[in-house]
Design a protein around this ligand. Structure first.
Ligand SMILES: [Cu+2]
Length: 69
């Protein structure tokens, strides 16, 4: 398992937190996703043989938020 923190712009409330966490957890290989609204990031634990950072970035952007790598 790999851990990574992605910086995400545009998250403002609990709904944003749920949207981003939900989108990430739907991806095969992501075992946990925890948004920190104050820090504007999401900590993800994932299996790097199943899911790429690029796929996670796209899942977040599909929800309308910007990922800053
Ligand atoms: Cu929101």
């Amino acid at each position: 398992m790999e851990k990574k923190t992605l910086n995400v712009q545009g998250m403002t409330c609990g709904h944003c937190k749920m949207a981003v966490e939900g989108a990430l957890k739907k991806l095969d290989g992501v075992s946990s996703a925890e948004v920190n609204l104050e820090a504007a990031n999401v900590a993800v634990t994932y299996d790097e043989s199943k899911v790429t950072v690029e796929a996670m970035k796209e899942a977040i952007e599909d929800q309308g938020y910007e990922v800053v790598l």
